[in-house]
Design a protein around this ligand. Structure first.
Ligand SMILES: N[C@@H](CCC(=O)N[C@@H](CS)C(=O)NCC(=O)O)C(=O)O
Length: 228
């Protein structure tokens, strides 16, 4: 059964990214919609009525509101029929997804919003955590001996990990280079045709650490939750 799928989000490169990657990988049609375009109102007015008061949210058939990016990812896996049915492997995939997701804070807000000295201080403060988590992820990947975290084909957990590892390049491009197996993982994801196509065409994030903006229809817009 084909559903109408609308992914509601803001002007930032953060938690909608893994669902977008998975939609493209699974070739499932969906629409990206900014919160203000969907609701015709400022986020401050919309927020109190959203199930968990944050985005991304996937609206299914104009009826079902699915919040939480990991729930959205799992839903897409089911829709595509690529959900992991082996309970052990599924649990392992979930632990990878959650461990990747924990990189969200403070990595994503720093890349999307921090500037100047604040950016540098946040980068310095988070580095020990990033290094430790990257080490953990690299170790899991080496131990599993597959091309991706679980199988030789990617699943939701891979796209969650990809997003945060890829974003780290905008924080400090030298960090990922210390983890050759993770770098190879990123290359393998990026070389999938549908993913390459998506990455080549996604909204460009510019002026990170200076005055971050997304280029929308050729026009730079400051990142954030407000219509500009
Ligand atoms: N656990 C949630 C976190 C969602 C989240 O932090 N959303 C942020 C943007 S990335 C948000 O809605 N910010 C606006 C607000 O909190 O008012 C998820 O994984 O989806």
């Amino acid at each position: 059964m084909k559903h109408k799928l609308e992914l509601i989000y803001f002007k930032m490169r953060a938690l909608a990214e893994a669902p977008r990657l998975l939609f493209h990988y699974t070739n499932i049609e969906y629409e990206d919609v900014m919160s203000w375009d969907y609701y015709g109102k400022d986020w401050s007015e919309v927020k109190p009525n959203i199930p968990f008061k944050q985005l991304p949210m996937l609206i299914v058939d104009k009826k079902h509101e699915i919040c939480q990016s990991m729930a959205i990812l799992t839903f897409i896996e089911y829709l595509a029929g690529i959900n992991i049915t082996n309970p052990i492997l599924n649990a392992k995939a979930n632990s990878i997804m959650q461990s990747a997701q924990e990189l969200f804070m403070p990595l994503n807000p720093t890349i999307n919003f921090a500037t100047g000295e604040k950016f540098k201080k946040k980068r310095e403060d988070m580095m020990p955590f990033l290094i430790s988590r990257f080490e953990d992820l690299e170790k899991v990947m080496k131990e599993n001996g597959k091309k991706f975290f679980i199988y030789d084909e990617p699943r939701a957990c891979d796209f969650a990990a990809f997003h945060h590892l890829d974003l780290s390049k905008l924080l400090d491009p030298s960090l990922i280079k210390k983890f050759p197996r993770l770098e190879k993982f990123l290359e393998d994801i990026m070389s999938i045709d549908s993913i390459k196509q998506y990455l080549d065409n996604r909204l460009e994030l510019i002026d990170v650490s200076v005055e971050p903006k997304l280029i929308i229809d050729g026009v730079p817009h400051p990142t954030g939750v407000k219509k500009t």
